[in-house]
Design a protein around this ligand. Structure first.
Ligand code: F2R
Ligand code: MG
Ligand code: MG
Ligand code: MG
Length: 354
């Protein structure tokens, strides 16, 4: 269904943008702290009551680079590393104060100096030749899932290459692949069926098992884990099985919430999957708002984790059974779908739901 797919594509881009903008005020360099509870409540109340003045929140590097990727595909109708590198660099030098990572500006400088001749080379020289394992490749990858919707293998290859323009470390580009696969699985989910969260995450782990095997010949720098994404996804699977949901502090201790791909991509996927069901202390009917709010409540790299969770969630939550986030509309629609005395049953259900 083309219309449904087009609406999912839009949802993905909007979810990514909204997560970035709303998460930005809580992005914090101090990875040991959860956000101040009172400040967070106050912030959410402001947003719910639309008290925040226009323009509400500026977007950050996450959205700036996501737009570059989307525009490169639109212009070239293919993955073109030089074009993408050129767009990232132009965007950075036009608006360098969007909160970029500490080291990535050096890549843009070197790309510009070499006139984009070798678009993957400057990234390989980062961090004494190990490359960056920051989450910058993952935070911007959503358009790759849309562009490569018809082929998982093309998606994996394109996600890897788009990340390698700035992130040569295997954790940097594997994190981008993982986030891209998560968006893709959300796009493919059947809107008529409730999403099976356990299956969703185990399929991602199976992909990472295969991909991390291929990495065995890569240089492993000291102190980094073997097959790290498989390990963290296994932990996330275990956390998802817990009821009631584990405390936020335990989630952060076990999954992380910092600017590295390893400590943010599985966290974003966990946020999305947890937010499929109501969460204590989060009063919203919207699965998208819940995913973003929950991601922000974990603190740390809030713009990026909320943006990645939002990109996955907005594709999916609208589509579960009925394509509405409104409990009232859902109740009325469901009542009508049962047939029979539809006006009366829908009216009574609507009176209670409203
Ligand atoms: N940088 C931020 N936030 C910090 C606070 C910004 C503040 N709000 C402000 O406005 O100033 N946010 C953005 O950065 C993240 C994406 O970063 P990216 O693109 O991955 O950058 P980089 O520099 O490549 O990596 C980030 C840091 O990770 C560490 N690191 C990476 N690889 C490493 C390696 N091989 N060895 C050691 N350390 C490594 C370094 O500390 C890097 O600086 C997103 O959160 C985006 O929102
Ligand atoms: Mg950012
Ligand atoms: Mg960030
Ligand atoms: Mg009747």
């Amino acid at each position: 269904d083309k219309a449904l797919l087009a609406s999912k594509f839009k949802g993905c881009m909007v979810g990514s943008l909204v997560g970035d903008c709303l998460g930005e005020p809580f992005e914090h360099d101090d990875w040991d702290e959860l956000p101040n509870e009172a400040q967070l409540d106050d912030y959410i109340q402001q947003l719910i009551q639309s008290k925040v003045k226009v323009p509400y929140k500026p977007y950050t590097d996450d959205t700036a680079m996501t737009r570059c990727i989307a525009n490169s595909f639109i212009s070239k109708q293919a993955f073109d590393a030089k074009d993408m590198a050129r767009r990232f660099t132009k965007e950075f030098f036009a608006e360098p104060r969007r909160g970029y990572g500490g080291s990535v500006p050096a890549v843009f400088g070197a790309l510009r100096k070499s006139d984009f001749e070798q678009p993957f080379l400057p990234a390989r020289e980062q961090f004494n030749g190990t490359g960056s394992y920051g989450n910058g490749g993952a935070m911007r990858v959503a358009p790759v899932a849309l562009f490569c919707y018809n082929s998982t293998e093309a998606l994996i290859d394109t996600a890897r290459q788009s990340a390698r323009i700035t992130h040569a470390h295997r954790e940097g580009y594997n994190g981008a692949i993982l986030q891209c696969l998560a968006v893709h699985q959300a796009l493919q989910a059947d809107p008529a069926q409730p999403l099976d969260g356990a299956r969703f995450i185990s399929r991602l782990r199976e992909h990472m098992e295969r991909l991390e095997k291929c990495d065995e010949d890569e240089i492993v720098d000291a102190g980094r884990l073997e097959a790290p994404f498989q390990k963290v996804l296994t932990v996330a699977e275990e956390l998802l099985r817990r009821s009631p949901p584990p405390a936020r502090g335990s989630v952060v201790d076990l999954l992380g919430h910092d600017v590295t791909a390893l400590s943010s991509v599985p966290t974003a996927i966990y946020c999305f999957l947890r937010a499929l069901q109501p969460l204590p202390g989060i009063q919203t009917e919207s699965g998208l708002v819940r995913a973003i709010q929950y991601a922000i409540s974990l603190g740390g790299d809030t713009d990026t984790i909320a943006s990645m969770a939002g990109a996955i969630a907005d594709v999916c939550v609208l589509c579960i059974v009925f394509q509405t986030e409104s409990g009232l509309v859902r109740a009325v629609q469901y009542a009508i779908s049962l047939g029979g005395d539809t006006d009366t049953i829908a009216s009574m259900a609507g009176a209670i739901a409203g």
